[in-house]
Design a protein around this ligand. Structure first.
Ligand SMILES: Cc1cc2nc3c(=O)[nH]c(=O)nc-3n(C[C@H](O)[C@H](O)[C@H](O)COP(=O)(O)OP(=O)(O)OC[C@H]3O[C@@H](n4cnc5c(N)ncnc54)[C@H](O)[C@@H]3O)c2cc1C
Length: 600
């Protein structure tokens, strides 16, 4: 049986020491909760992971979904997982009590999601898509849509998906052509093709609710003409009878990774008999969908971290068992060889893995914490937390996606040739993590959103608010002799980041927008590193305070490990910003297309 690929101690550190989620329960929305039931939730998630997920990671990959008699059949263990997750009340846990939920903070729910996804990142997608879709219906749908669809999804009776992508409309969703025609009685006939729809067909539940972006006949081209529809695979004739709703599974994609999750090509209304129900107001579909996309983006940041965590613990374990080469200062085996964990280069790879995994987790959890604060904060604080959340969501998504790959790839390298074989999970994890930078907006698109929209918005208001947040951590660091040099270092990094950002914004002011955004990807890389340095300094501040009071040897080592990994992040990763600043301030831009195509 595969062993746990995460540290429960680290999850507790993030929840209770770094973010102090208990303070959320003092009054208001989360006040029914306590540390005791948060810990129980983590135990429940681990129980599900142990029984229904970890043992099936490889099996799900080697036995991908099949189309049998026009319907996709998934691995039987996925049925058991879905049932266990919803029966435990986890699907609905973050929703209002009146919807059958228990008003759990998203920060805590995400820790349970981390445990589940760490054990099986493919199966986790089914539950996270259902949760995101139900939230979208609850936020924008009518009471009827909520009682018909959201409650059934949250109880685990039906699952749900997001249907955005079409063959000609990938990154550019404004190009969608799926149409919706108004019917007497208020419903719509939906017609069109959607591609790559995750969890788009399966045999787990009797019904699937697709949230479909479509253009109502007569509405304008572009994003303003797009509306959102709930389109069930089977529509309700009455309370108990379901009718086929003309949604056809055209094919299932053969993917590189996450092979246990079917990605479907779907046809809506091939027989002109597909009924959809408008969610919210017409023409606002893409705006509504941003809620689900942003939820999914944070989920991807989390996934980058939980897959990287799984790889880290596999590599760490291997590095203590494998003896190769010599190192005079370390214990040796009978042949005089040492464990590979004693070689500096292997230690560098392991430290990099740990720094990415735990740094990324802290950043994503910080975002979830802002989301929770939005539920309990004063009216005057709302703008601040929602600005911070909007600014950091593309960064958390992209850092998790891009650096998740780097982390898993280094993990594979620790195993040498064995890492490249199917005997270990690393090759699968590397295939699985590869999708993260592609779906929910590619890295290129996220980077343009960060530099082009989030940074300049409201006269750089979010950026300034973020600098205030970082400055608070720097101030706390300055109170300790050990950490104040790192606080000073981060202060200097922030100044450099401001200079580079201003340089780019000046190009924007001159109206040279193609040049302004041409290296947005590198700006994202830079901003991501500085954000994670902020999170590492914050972890360092907490660890430095706690190590002095640590009673158990295990706690002392835990905090020491945090402090050393923080130092590693600064001395090895934060150093990389120098080259990025130089490139971003270099006026020689070679990527903007000129008249003659030179890419031959
Ligand atoms: C396994 C899998 C699961 C998926 N699940 C879902 C799902 O559940 N629901 C759903 O709706 N979709 C889903 N998708 C679709 C996914 O969101 C898209 O693949 C993604 O948005 C990119 O679109 P595309 O593939 O058409 O690439 P394209 O848009 O063609 O992009 C190709 C390349 O061009 C770049 N590019 C494109 N436009 C620009 C631009 N303006 N500026 C700079 N660079 C640009 C991109 O960054 C990318 O590198 C899934 C995809 C996969 C592979």
């Amino acid at each position: 049986m595969a062993s746990k690929g995460y540290s429960v101690r680290n999850l507790q550190f993030v929840l209770y020491e770094l973010l102090d989620v208990i303070s959320l329960t003092e009054e208001g929305y989360f006040s029914n909760h306590s540390r005791e039931n948060f810990d129980i939730m983590l135990d429940v998630a681990e129980d599900i992971a142990e029984k229904y997920l970890r043992p099936f990671l490889k099996e799900g990959d080697r036995n991908p979904p099949q189309v049998v008699s026009g319907r996709v059949k998934v691995h039987p263990s996925l049925h058991k997982y879905y049932n266990a997750f919803s029966s435990a009340g986890l699907l609905a846990s973050t929703f209002d009590e009146k919807l059958g939920g228990s008003q759990v903070p998203k920060t805590v729910y995400s820790a349970t999601d981390f445990i589940v996804g760490n054990a099986h990142n493919g199966y986790e997608m089914f539950t996270s898509l259902s949760v995101g879709a139900a939230r979208l219906i609850v936020s924008f749908g009518s009471d009827e849509l909520i009682s018909t669809y959201a409650t059934r999804i949250l109880s685990g009776k039906w699952t749900a998906t997001m249907c955005l992508t079409e063959p000609q409309a990938g990154s550019a969703l404004s190009a969608i052509t799926t149409s919706a025609t108004h019917q007497p009685g208020g419903s719509y006939k939906v017609k069109g093709q959607k591609v790559f729809i995750s969890a788009g067909d399966h045999d787990i539940t009797e019904n699937i609710v697709h949230l479909v972006l479509a253009r109502i006949k007569g509405y304008p081209e572009g994003t303003k003409g797009i509306s959102l529809f709930a389109v069930p695979v089977k529509r309700l004739k009455n309370e108990n009878e379901l009718l086929h709703n003309d949604v056809t599974s055209v094919s299932v994609y053969h993917k590189m990774g996450q092979r246990s999750t079917p990605a479907m090509q779907l046809e809506f209304g091939g027989q002109d008999d597909c009924v959809g129900y408008l969610v919210g107001e017409p023409g606002k579909g893409l705006t509504y969908m941003f809620q689900m996309m942003n939820t999914a983006r944070l989920g991807i940041g989390l996934a980058g971290s939980y897959i990287a965590s799984s790889a880290y613990y596999t590599s760490l374990n291997y590095a203590t068992e494998r003896y190769q080469g010599r190192n005079k200062r370390s214990p040796q085996d009978a042949m005089g060889q040492t464990q590979i964990i004693n070689h500096p280069d292997v230690r560098r790879m392991l430290l990099l893995q740990k720094a990415i995994t735990e740094g990324c987790l802290a950043l994503v959890m910080q975002c979830y914490y802002y989301e929770d604060l939005l539920k309990v904060c004063t009216a005057s604080e709302r703008v601040k937390y929602s600005d911070l959340l909007e600014l950091l969501t593309p960064v958390a998504k992209t850092y998790g996606a891009e650096m998740g790959m780097v982390s898993v790839s280094n993990g594979l390298q620790v195993l040498g040739g064995y890492g490249y074989t199917e005997d270990f999970a690393l090759e699968q994890l590397l295939r699985d993590v590869r999708i993260m930078s592609i779906y929910e907006g590619t890295t290129g698109i996220q980077s343009q959103a960060l530099l082009g929209r989030q940074i300049p918005a409201n006269n750089n208001r979010s950026f300034d608010l973020w600098i205030e947040e970082v400055s608070k951590v720097i101030k706390r660091a300055s109170e300790s002799e050990e950490l104040s040099p790192y606080g000073t270092w981060l202060t200097a990094e922030i100044s450099e980041l401001q200079r580079t950002t201003q340089h780019l914004l000046d190009i924007h002011t001159k109206g040279l927008d193609e040049i302004f955004l041409s290296d947005a990807n590198l700006f994202m890389e830079l901003f991501g590193i500085v954000c994670v340095a902020w999170q590492w300094l914050n972890q360092g501040v907490v660890a430095n305070r706690s190590i002095k009071e640590a009673i158990s040897p295990a706690d002392r080592i835990f905090y020491l490990s945090k402090l050393e990994t923080m130092r590693f992040f600064f001395h090895y990763e934060l150093r990389k910003t120098k080259g990025l600043h130089e490139r971003l301030r270099d006026n020689t831009v070679l990527t903007v297309r000129t008249d003659e195509e030179i890419l031959v």
